[in-house]
Design a protein around this ligand. Structure first.
Ligand SMILES: [Zn+2]
Length: 127
């Protein structure tokens, strides 16, 4: 029989700390906040930041503090997400392109030098 490993099943989901969710009994926000945290657990770091920043904006005044309670995200992180959204995410291009200075080098350059190395290898093996 196969053993079922229950350890580390999926990402950890934050438990909301807002007053609505702390109170005893049902509250419509309990489901909303739980599902928001569930949703956030499936996003990557920057997507989480933008999503929370957007939710905070919807609430208006005090929104960032409330979202920090709900999601456990740092206020500074939410603020950063909001700033990035305000700038149209121009520093966060779509697709594989990474921020300048980090990540991989331009693909064409890399491929060419790698191809040259492959050619050299093949030539030395043929003899
Ligand atoms: Zn809550």
């Amino acid at each position: 029989m196969q053993k079922i490993v229950s350890k580390g099943a999926g990402p950890k989901i934050h438990q909301c700390q807002c007053p609505d969710c702390q109170q005893i009994g049902d509250h419509p926000n309990k489901v909303l906040h739980a599902q928001l945290n569930l949703f956030l657990s499936r996003l990557d770091e920057q997507q989480r930041r933008w999503c929370v920043a957007l939710e905070a904006r919807k609430l208006g005044h005090g929104g960032m503090k409330r979202l920090s309670q709900i999601t456990g995200m740092d206020m500074n992180t939410i603020r950063r997400g909001r700033r990035e959204l305000d700038q149209g995410l121009i520093e966060r291009p779509v697709g594989r392109v990474r921020l300048a200075g980090g990540g991989r080098k331009p693909l064409a350059k890399n491929t060419r030098s790698r191809q040259a190395m492959v050619n050299l290898n093949e030539m030395s093996h043929q003899t």
